[in-house]
Design a protein around this ligand. Structure first.
Ligand code: GDP
Ligand code: IMO
Ligand code: MG
Length: 424
């Protein structure tokens, strides 16, 4: 399929990076279409581990990589990553950054941190990487874009205009230190020199590639339930991770997308605040966290763990138009004698639903209806095909397919690149 979107179907960290790395083998270009360094995508190749925040995961396979207009770029993080990949023997000569992507500025980081502090108990639990304030400035038409690095005079002017307002906010509202124009201008002029060679009309580049029959992968960051429009607002990120946003986030026609692959863990994790109906109560949550190494890639925070939530996953299938699922980390469930799965929610009035509640208060009050499936104790380390899976593990996958009416075509059995089973 020429244009394939890989989208997170839960609350993030589903293993998107690993699935992109797998499918990148047969792709010509890999594009990020939203988000910024709030993402942390891990790829394990033998004894080497890559933790990627800004670049598309296709960089590990040496594929041309696009950072689309829908992304926000922290130049410090991006340059750090470019240097790291060069040092590790991966060429970055084919990295293309959209001139329309927005730059994360130092005040975005400062405001993200200060606003979370101010919210106190009501904090969202952001990654504090300036994502929300940067997208807010984009919508306010106050943002500074990647293309502004092409002209030092314009760059300085825009920093000056933005700082005039931001420093007032920082001092008067957030009671923190203002930024000095000369310091920020010098810092960003330094970044500009490094970034200029990468700035490209990426919409045209991807359009031409698709026209020529090339295979393009669109790599989602964050996930459906963190989507600004479709997620569990306000406990969401500030961009649109859903699959259709790949079109706007790269600048291609909506009809160009051929296939959507949703990535879901065989259970669920969430990092940060917000409702989470299938969150595990008691020590089994800690067991799951340890077995799955569920600690944030970007912030190191503990991820909250829950049983697979088919109500939320059914919703993700709907709002993304998911054609196929990749079910990752099935191996982590090997250690549970029984595996509960959330098949419905009980709402406030006592009625049950298989559909994701449209109203926030209903979702906050929803209680999971769990169906308990048989577990398996065998490790999945030596499974090289679906036929090698223990019967209960196979049944688990088939149960998910039946409930969602979507095929599970990829199954994750370990963190290493090769630990994926493919089903026809
Ligand atoms: P992403 O943000 O969606 O790319 O996911 P992360 O990289 O943040 O988190 C997924 C974690 O699970 C990483 O540490 C991966 O190395 C690991 N992982 C991915 N797939 C599997 C799998 O099938 N089994 C196990 N045990 N670990 C996996
Ligand atoms: P990947 O791409 C998991 C969460 C944060 C917080 C909320 C808002 O690795 O799956 P933000 O900094 O974006 O304003 O934070 O979103 N969050 C993620 N959770 N994986 C991610 O990315 C995330 N990116 C943001 O924890 O709850
Ligand atoms: Mg992650």
């Amino acid at each position: 399929m020429p244009a394939t979107v890989i989208v997170g179907a839960q609350w993030g960290d589903e293993g998107k990076g690993k699935i992109v790395d797998l499918l990148a083998q047969d792709s010509d270009i890999v594009c990020r279409y939203q988000g910024g360094p709030n993402a942390g995508h891990t790829i394990v190749v033998g004894d080497e581990t890559f933790k990627i925040r800004a670049l598309p995961s296709g960089i590990v396979r040496g594929k041309p990589c696009v950072i689309g207009n829908g992304c926000v770029v922290d130049p410090d993080v991006l340059i750090g990553e470019l240097d790291e990949f060069e040092q590790r023997g991966r060429s970055t000569a084919q990295v293309y950054v959209s001139g329309n992507a927005h730059l994360i500025m130092p005040w975005h980081l400062a405001i993200d941190q200060a606003s979370e502090r101010r919210l106190g108990r009501l904090a969202i639990g952001t990654t504090r990487r300036g994502i929300g304030p940067c997208y807010a400035d984009k919508a306010m038409r106050l943002g500074i874009r990647v293309q502004d690095v092409l002209d030092p005079k314009i760059l300085r002017q825009k920093i000056e205009v933005a700082l005039a307002e931001k420093n007032l906010w920082l001092q008067r509202v957030y009671e923190t230190e203002p930024f000095d124009l000369e310091t920020v201008a010098a810092q960003y002029e330094g970044y500009a020199q490094r970034l200029r060679p990468y700035v490209t009309d990426t919409s045209l580049y991807v359009y031409n590639a698709l026209r020529d029959g090339k295979f393009v992968l669109f790599e989602g960051a964050q996930a459906t339930l963190l989507d600004l429009d479709h997620g569990t607002y306000p406990f969401v990120t500030s961009s649109n991770p859903v699959a259709s946003a790949a079109a706007t986030g790269v600048g291609i026609g909506a009809g160009r997308i051929d296939r959507v692959i949703g990535v879901a863990k065989a259970y669920v994790t969430r990092v940060g605040e917000g409702p989470f109906p299938s969150e595990i109560e008691g020590p089994a949550q800690d067991t799951m966290r340890e077995l799955g190494h569920e600690y944030g890639t970007v912030t190191g925070r503990s991820r909250r763990c829950g049983w697979l939530d088919l109500v939320a996953l059914r919703y993700a299938v709907r709002v993304n138009g998911i054609d196929q699922l990749a079910l990752t980390k099935l191996d982590v469930l090997s250690h549970f004698a029984e595996v509960p799965v959330c098949v419905r929610y009980t709402l406030r009035g006592g009625e049950e639903t298989r559909d994701f509640p449209a109203h926030q208060s209903d979702f906050h009050a929803a209680k999971p209806v769990l169906e308990t499936l048989a577990g398996w104790s065998e490790t999945l380390d030596d499974c090289t095909s679906v036929d090698d899976l223990p019967e209960a593990a196979r049944r688990y996958v088939e149960f998910v397919e039946r409930e969602l009416d979507v095929e599970v075509t990829l199954i994750g059995t370990g963190a290493e690149r090769t630990n994926v089973l493919t089903r026809a």
